[in-house]
Design a binder for this molecule. Structure first.
Ligand code: SF4
Ligand code: SF4
Length: 103
C-alpha cells in the first residue's frame, strides 16, 4: 500500500473541487476559505488545483519524497474520499512516475 507521507501525488494532479459551503465562511464549514477559490456558482476548489500544473496550496513538501497537508483536519471531502491504493490514487501516482501506469 502506498504511503501518503512520501507521496502527495493526488494533491498535485487533480482539481480538488467541492460544494462551496464546506468552506469556513459558511455555517458549519471547515475548509479555510482563504485557501479556496470560486469555481462555479456553488462550487469552490482548493487554490492551486485549477492551475496547470495543479498543486494544492495547502500541500507542504516535495511530491514523491516527503509531504504533509497543512490543513489535514480541515481538508475538504474529496481529500477524504481518495484512499491509498484506489483507482484515483494509482492514476495520480502513475502521473508522477511513482508507479507503473495501469494497463
Ligand atoms: S492517496 Fe495515493 S496519491 Fe494520494 S497521497 Fe496517498 S498514496 Fe499518494
Ligand atoms: S487540502 Fe490537503 S489533502 Fe487536500 S489536496 Fe490540499 S494538500 Fe492535499
Amino acid at each position: 500500500m502506498p504511503d501518503c507521507q512520501t507521496c502527495g501525488a493526488c494533491c498535485a494532479t487533480y482539481r480538488v473541487s467541492f460544494y462551496w459551503a464546506e468552506a469556513d465562511d459558511a455555517p458549519g464549514g471547515q475548509v479555510p476559505a482563504a485557501l479556496t477559490q470560486a469555481l462555479r456558482p456553488l462550487e469552490r476548489c482548493m487554490q492551486g488545483t485549477a492551475s496547470l500544473p495543479p498543486r494544492c496550496v495547502a500541500l507542504q513538501g516535495e511530491v514523491g519524497r516527503s509531504v504533509a497537508c497543512g490543513i489535514y483536519a480541515q481538508r475538504p471531502s474529496p481529500c477524504r474520499t481518495v484512499q491509498p491504493g484506489d483507482a484515483q490514487c494509482r492514476k495520480a501516482r502513475a502521473h508522477w512516475g511513482l508507479e507503473p501506469a495501469a494497463a
